[in-house]
Design a binder for this molecule. Structure first.
Ligand code: NAP
Ligand code: 12T
Length: 338
């Protein structure tokens, strides 16, 4: 395996910083690391392998000589700059929702559909799925292969880090203000997030679902390569800093017992089963933060469907939900195709 010139676009953001850390932790074969962000970050230096690297301004032509470009700077910038980066020879791994449903762009979770990476050749772009979708499809894949999932009903409990650094600051500021009997400000979220839950992530669509909920519908079908799966999601922002939790119920064609599900999940890569209710053991957001795996617990036969199974799924949204999954895609890319 060679070494590659790697770029991170959006390097100063919550996800971008995690990408730099993940490249280092996983010893990705980096020959040179280039960091890009907006004009606002010009001159800033970020650390990689004990070295300080200057952040440059994202602009046309900046990807010349880059082999792999990890994008995490918002959909608008992805639409504008990913084709330019691809044209100059880089393979783009994009973390925004801009390219995910493009039929010529693969949407990849390496534990589920690594073969799809091959389609990077079509546009030079690979899409990283939505955080809530990634952590759901990882444990559902072995269950689908065994019992064929007909429908998924899911409610999410999503942390503020999913909405970026400013959103985490807003939760901190509001919490401090309220505990000190001070007035609060709402700049990122439409309502107070401290001590509350908001059933509203991304924008509302014509069918009364939010765009975040429809990402879970569309992306799940694309990654699982099965357009018969039905998904009804309710995505909720909760006052947690890191890790998304999800209450997931599936209806399957064939019966699957909780015991069988635990066996299948225990041997599936990237999943840890934490399911010992007698000892109050189940996945928790605060325990999953900083970890790479998807944690699954509260596995039980669902009482509302004949062939139903319910579970509780938790993962670090900045790692498996974003930076780690993107770096894992890059690993498949350089190992199998470059
Ligand atoms: P964030 O903390 O707000 O960071 C945004 C990053 O984008 C910063 O590095 C920022 O640079 C950069 N940026 C913003 N406007 C720019 C411009 N005009 N030109 C160049 N760079 C610009 O957000 P985040 O949470 O890291 O998320 C970043 C993106 O990743 C999101 O927009 C979203 O599309 C995607 N995302 C995906 C998932 C997922 O589910 N896989 C999860 C979270 C986020 P400055 O510091 O210079 O402003
Ligand atoms: N609005 O990658 O606000 O499509 O938590 C991920 C997270 C979009 C995405 C969020 C979002 C995405 C959020």
């Amino acid at each position: 395996m060679g070494e590659y010139v790697v770029a991170v676009a959006g390097a100063t953001g919550a996800v971008g910083r995690e990408m730099i850390k993940t490249l280092e932790q996983r010893k990705f074969p980096v020959k040179e690391l280039k960091l890009f962000a907006s004009e606002r970050s010009k001159g800033l230096e970020l650390e990689y392998k004990g070295e300080r690297i200057k952040v440059e301004v994202l602009e046309k032509g900046c990807f010349k000589g880059v082999d792999v470009a990890l994008f995490s700077c918002g959909g608008g910038r992805s639409l504008e700059f990913a084709p330019d980066a691809a044209a100059s020879g880089a393979v783009v791994i994009d973390n925004s929702s801009a390219w995910r449903m493009d039929p010529d762009v693969p949407l990849v979770v390496p534990e589920v559909n690594p073969h799809a990476v091959a389609d990077y050749k079509k546009k030079g772009i690979i899409a990283n799925p939505n955080c809530s979708t990634i952590q759901m499809v990882v444990p559902l894949k072995p269950l689908h292969d065994y019992a064929k999932i007909k429908r998924i009903i899911v409610a999410t409990y999503q942390s503020t880090s999913g909405a970026g650094k400013k959103a985490m600051d807003e939760l901190m500021e509001q919490t401090k203000a309220i505990l000190n009997f001070q007035p609060i400000e709402c700049k990122v979220f439409p309502h107070q997030i401290a001590f509350s839950c908001l059933p509203h992530i991304d924008v509302f669509l014509d069918n009364a679902y939010t765009k975040e909920e429809m990402k879970m519908y569309n992306e799940t079908r694309k990654i699982m390569e099965d357009d018969t799966i039905l998904v009804s999601a309710t995505t909720v922002r909760v006052p947690v800093f890191i890790s998304h939790s999800e209450a997931v119920t599936i209806e399957t064609e064939k019966e699957i017992t909780p015991e069988r599900a635990r066996e299948l999940l225990s041997s599936f890569p990237g999943v840890i089963v934490q399911d010992d209710p007698a000892n109050n053991a189940y996945p928790l957001a605060i325990d999953a933060a900083g970890k790479d795996e998807v944690f699954v617990g509260r596995i039980r036969k669902d009482l509302a469907f004949e062939h139903g199974l319910s579970m509780w799924v938790v993962a670090d949204n900045l790692r498996k939900g974003a930076a780690l999954n993107a770096v894992q895609i890059a690993e498949v890319l350089v190992k199998e195709y470059m």
